[in-house]
Ligand binder design. Structure first.
Ligand SMILES: [Zn+2]
Ligand SMILES: [Zn+2]
Length: 429
């Protein structure tokens, strides 16, 4: 699903890459909305075959797609009321529900038949709960070739989430390139910076506003804050997770300890991971509004991650002009989003159509990224290559053009045959 400029993304989202009747199955890599968000649209357009996913992805998708349907419907309503613009929502709740009827959860590392001649296996991509790289064994005229789709590639050392498992025996590879031109700070460095930002903001009497994706990033933040509280590294100020979606997602995490990375001692005590004394979950709208009126330092984690919608927008509308506050950016901010403008530290930002002075401090910690950076992408690929003697073409996808292009240059210098394919082109291997 495309997000960003409304009209542009609406057009892109309605434009399917191939006719529904030509689609035999869908194999989903993970639940993030840029990957799963258009599934209900497929259903609205008549798709009625199987959608494959890992079990945790299926559970996450159930709540995320319902939420996405609400957002579509609410946006359409808002435009009709305020601007007298009438757009059909991309899909509704009934399509999200029907999507879940068609979605089948399968375990990691167990091959399953997608359609005759195509077998798939999910291996851990280490990106978010349930995320996978997809290994497709395609047999035609008695010959089998292996096509690997990387999915979104995660990082080693992330809390809770297991490390990526690079697939083996690939003949060709479709690979993501989101951070193909940048390196992140280390995972450990991120937690230390987080503690520092909280201490400084609390000392000013301000609040720390953390826009975070409800799925993955929020749980990672809760876990880090829990660890910092235990270590006594941050002052005892209230922490609010102000997002119903994040609350539901946290429950899904608690349902899947079987796929947690158990290398950190704290993770082993799974029941308590996401619950501790200073932490409050606010589901109710009134409770959320009351936060704006509350005084004193506090931490508020709310969606959406790119500040485009969700409760974080209300907190920014109230708090972005206060120099005591900190807006703490812990995730990727795409072009044409409010988040990108905050990261660029524009002096004035537009929220709900009003000008707001951006006086709050803006701190960026990119060590929480769930995406492999330039170096980690090359490392992952190196490990794929080691166990794939016949690796041929590598097609780079899922990155802004600049990131894609720079990664292509880097990989070619290492001797790979990397390409940035145009959408809707056919490639043979
Ligand atoms: Zn993702
Ligand atoms: Zn993605």
């Amino acid at each position: 699903m495309f997000q960003g400029r409304r009209q542009e993304s609406a057009d892109k989202n309605r434009n399917l890459p191939l006719p529904i009747k030509d689609l035999d199955a869908v194999v989903l890599s993970h639940a993030h909305i840029d990957h799963s968000g258009r599934l209900p649209y497929l259903i609205a357009e008549g798709y009625a075959k199987t959608i494959w996913a890992t079990s945790a992805t299926r559970d996450l998708a159930a709540i995320m797609l319902a939420d996405s349907a609400h957002i579509q419907e609410r946006d359409a309503e808002f435009l009709a009321k305020r601007k007298k613009e009438f757009i059909e929502p991309l899909y509704g709740l009934r399509h999200a529900v029907r999507t879940m009827d068609l979605m089948v959860g399968v375990p990691y590392n167990k091959p399953f038949d997608v359609v005759p001649g195509v077998t798939a296996t999910y291996v851990d991509a280490g990106h978010i709960l349930g995320s996978a790289s997809v290994v497709l064994d395609c047999t035609e005229n008695g010959k089998t070739k292996r096509l690997v789709f990387s999915g979104d590639i995660g990082r080693s050392g992330l809390a809770i989430i297991r490390d990526p498992v690079p697939p083996e025996g690939a003949d060709a590879l479709i690979m993501e390139s989101t951070y193909g031109n940048r390196d992140h700070e280390s995972v450990e460095g991120a937690r230390a910076r987080l503690a520092q930002v909280i201490r400084e903001t609390a000392a000013r009497g301000g609040r720390i506003l953390i826009p975070a994706f409800a799925v993955g990033r929020t749980q990672e933040m809760i876990y880090s804050l829990h660890a910092l509280v235990k270590e006594g590294a941050i002052p005892s100020i209230p922490i609010y997770v102000d997002s119903p979606l994040a609350i539901d997602t946290t429950t899904v995490f608690e349902m899947h300890p079987e796929i947690f990375d158990k290398s950190e001692e704290m993770v082993v005590k799974a029941q308590e991971l996401f619950r501790f004394e200073l932490l409050r979950y606010t589901r109710d709208v009134e409770e959320s509004k009351a936060l704006s009126r509350a005084r004193g330092p506090m931490i508020i984690i709310a969606a959406s991650g790119m500040m485009e919608n969700g409760r974080i927008v209300h907190h920014l509308a109230q708090g972005a002009n206060d120099p005591r506050n900190t807006i703490l950016v812990v995730g990727f901010q795409a072009e044409h989003t409010l988040g990108r403008r905050v990261v660029e530290r524009r002096p004035v930002i537009q929220i709900f159509g009003e000008d707001v002075q951006l006086n709050a401090r803006v701190e960026i910690i990119n060590g929480y990224s769930a995406h492999a950076d330039r170096t980690e992408l090359a490392t992952w690929l190196g490990r794929v290559k080691e166990k794939s003697p016949k690796l041929g073409p590598i097609w780079l996808v899922h990155g802004e053009p600049l990131a894609q292009d720079e990664l292509k240059t880097t990989l070619r210098a290492k001797g790979y045959s990397a390409e940035c394919p145009e959408p809707r082109t056919t490639h043979v291997f």
